[in-house]
Design a protein around this ligand. Structure first.
Ligand code: 6R9
Length: 648
């Protein structure tokens, strides 16, 4: 699309009326809302829930049989009605739901009316393939509009989707298909990533070569001949053929509030992946409300959450949250460095994105590539920046604020998890202060605490464990097929409280500072030191691009600090530099935090969602056999580190 075409396109867009008024709901920009919500959280959430479209209105609020919660359980609804039909019915069918750009540069625009029609056609196709209410369907796709369509089509007919990120291996896919007992898989022939074809269909074939319950596979033709996909007669069918001639209407299946909306697998640090269970109504209330509060999207906003639909961020803030609010989203298929390292800034500038929601790992990568790249583009359309996925170190926060947000956009650091479904802790710009490195306070309706080992409230400023002390609508309902694991993983460490697995500090003003996973807190000579603080001190050094810190067993101190460091382009790793970095940390944090060892590495091992895998680094630092590496984005990174440092 040319610049002019995009400009006139958005002029058109502004004709659409704002989303239906959420009249019954709270104005969260009013500071009194925090107290009101705290006084009667159930009434607060019930008012929010009335902002959805119900087929049978609910009369019950929370039913709490710890640790099992039910919300609005006697109501009936279909999630797609709140996300699609109501906007079309309100005269907003021509409003753009997604502007999608493929990695090669192809652009597709889907209005709410078109998206609803596609979802209905897909629901017909799925039904013809044998999908019925109550089934699970596995989606293994790239970041294409059909992924959103397929998710919503499942919801339309009452089946649950289980999206498996398209970067996972055939083995990981098979394990998730089996656990969810899916009989149908939706995939693409391939996807584009850095100019290469990701062989999605071939991976599905390899996964299905083992024992699975899959009977039918629906295949989107995204790449074409270059993907070399082969369809197995009787099992596989092309998406465009299956949808051809299908009616553009499909009655939304009435679902009970507590019916399963989707499963999403998280790997956790050890063991079998957990199928996190999310309900229909509670989940939708959580994401619809938090999207509205945190991003406060206006009719003219162009919102871009860069997460893949294969992660929870994609589910909540690419699909359900923005759609429930009638927002316009940008969706991008490919890599940030393709064809050049300024692809994101080119996208923001050309599509006039106003809200950007991305991950600290991406921000630190952009820092490494230098500010000249964003500076060469017109990013003046941006008004709000978001961060999610890992603690954002103050250096990256400030860089993001200055070089991407031009110093004028608030940065909202949003803490939440696959299990929480929706954002839990985040500032509300204009209301709560945005401090570099802090996610501010729990949003209205939530209750959090920082506790010590014994579960007692930690003193202000002291590190501890983050717990949520009250059920919330979008909380996970369990782990698929394993209620006992649900109880022991989340509710046993501090009885009656949901333990998030994260370390946290709350300052005297009540602001929360996330310190990373508690497996990442080191105990050095009796002092609690968070890996995050040492990493932040290292990244503060002008020659350091990124770092990951782990504690390794030490006979004297209990744990000693090992730092893995990636230097900025052109900086040579030398023993003198390692020494200078150790001194730098000691200077910033005190001698107790001085790393014992500094390992230089060109890349850090990360999961495919960009989280650093410190567990593997600990294995390396302690010379142990490597644990489970299936979720690694690039296994070569650890192999190389291993070879270099095993005997160090
Ligand atoms: C949404 C998502 C959850 C874990 C969580 C925490 C880390 C996410 C964060 C953050 C500090 C933030 N995390 N957001 N840590 N500040 N703003 O990432 O879900 O993939 O399930 O990961 O991510 O450690 O426990 P998920």
């Amino acid at each position: 699309m040319s610049h002019d075409a995009i400009e006139s396109f958005w002029r058109e867009e502004r004709r659409y009326p704002p989303p239906p008024a959420f009249a019954a709901q709270a104005n969260v920009r009013d500071p009194a809302v925090y107290d009101e919500a705290a006084r009667d959280p159930e009434a607060f959430w019930a008012a929010e829930a009335r902002g959805l479209e119900w087929m049978t209105p609910f009369t019950r609020g929370l039913e709490w049989d710890p640790p099992f919660a039910r919300w609005f359980s006697d109501g009936r609804l279909n999630a797609t009605v709140s996300c699609l039909d109501r906007h079309v019915a309100a005269g907003r069918g021509g409003k753009v739901a997604y502007v999608w750009e493929g990695e090669p540069g192809d652009v597709r625009v889907l209005t709410y009316r078109e998206l609803l029609a596609e979802v209905c056609r897909c629901a017909h196709a799925l039904r013809r393939l044998g999908v019925a209410k109550g089934d699970r369907v596995t989606l293994y796709m790239g970041q294409v509009p059909e992924a959103v369509v397929a998710m919503l089509a499942c919801a339309r007919l009452g089946a649950a989707h289980s999206v498996v990120f398209g970067g996972f291996s055939p083995d990981a896919l098979r394990e998730r298909i089996r656990d969810s007992q899916s009989r149908v898989v939706v995939t693409c022939d391939g996807g584009w990533r850095r100019g290469q074809v990701v062989p999605l269909k071939a991976n599905v074939d390899a996964a299905l070569a083992g024992e699975t319950p899959v009977e039918r596979v629906l295949v989107v033709r995204r790449v074409g001949d270059a993907a070399g996909a082969v369809l197995e007669p009787g099992r596989d069918v092309w998406w465009h053929e299956a949808l051809q001639g299908a009616p553009e209407a499909f009655p939304p299946e009435p679902m009970a509030s507590e019916d399963l909306l989707f499963l999403l697998y998280t790997s956790g640090t050890t063991g079998k992946p957990k199928g996190i269970v999310h309900s229909t109504a509670g989940y939708l209330v959580g994401v619809a409300s938090t999207f509205r509060w945190v991003f406060d999207a206006k009719p003219e906003d162009v919102y871009w959450c860069t997460a893949d639909v294969g992660w929870v961020t994609g589910h909540s803030y690419v699909v359900y949250g923005p759609l429930a609010n009638g927002a316009t989203s940008l969706l991008y298929e490919g890599a940030p460095d393709w064809p050049r390292r300024d692809r994101f800034w080119d996208l923001v500038a050309r599509h006039r994105a106003t809200i950007l929601y991305t991950a600290p790992t991406a921000i630190r990568t952009f820092m490494r590539w230098g500010e000249a790249l964003p500076a060469a583009h017109d990013l003046s359309s941006l008004r709000l920046l978001g961060s999610v996925g890992e603690p954002i170190n103050p250096e990256a926060w400030v860089w993001y604020h200055r070089h991407i947000g031009g110093g004028r956009c608030p940065v909202v650091d949003t803490w939440w998890q696959t299990e929480t479904g929706a954002i839990v802790i985040a500032p509300l710009p204009g209301l709560t202060e945005c401090r570099p490195g802090s996610a501010a306070r729990p949003l209205p309706g939530y209750a959090a605490e920082v506790v010590d080992e014994e579960g007692r409230p930690a003193a202000a400023g002291a590190g501890g464990f983050l717990v949520l002390t009250r059920p919330w609508p979008s909380m996970l309902r369990g782990i698929h097929g394993d209620p006992e694991r649900y109880r022991t993983t989340y509710w046993a460490r501090f009885p009656g409280k949901y333990f998030a697995g994260d370390g946290c500090r709350r300052d005297a003003d009540g602001h929360y500072w996330l310190l990373g996973r508690v497996d990442d807190i080191m105990l050095v000579a009796g002092h609690n030191i968070s890996t995050m603080e040492v990493e932040s001190a290292l990244v503060d050094h002008p020659e350091v691009a990124e770092s990951a810190v782990v504690g390794r067993t030490d006979a004297v101190k209990g744990q000693a600090i090992a730092a893995f460091v990636t230097l900025k382009g052109g900086v040579e790793p030398t023993p003198e530099r390692a020494e200078a970095l150790r001194r730098h940390v000691a200077h910033k944090l005190g001698a107790i935090a001085r790393p014992d060892a500094v390992y230089f590495t060109a890349e850090l091992p990360k999961t495919r969602s960009g989280k650093i895998m410190r567990r593997l680094l600990r294995d390396i630092a302690e010379g142990r056999a490597l644990g489970d590496t299936t979720t690694l984005a690039d296994p070569a990174v650890v192999r190389e580190l291993r070879e270099r440092y095993e005997h160090a």
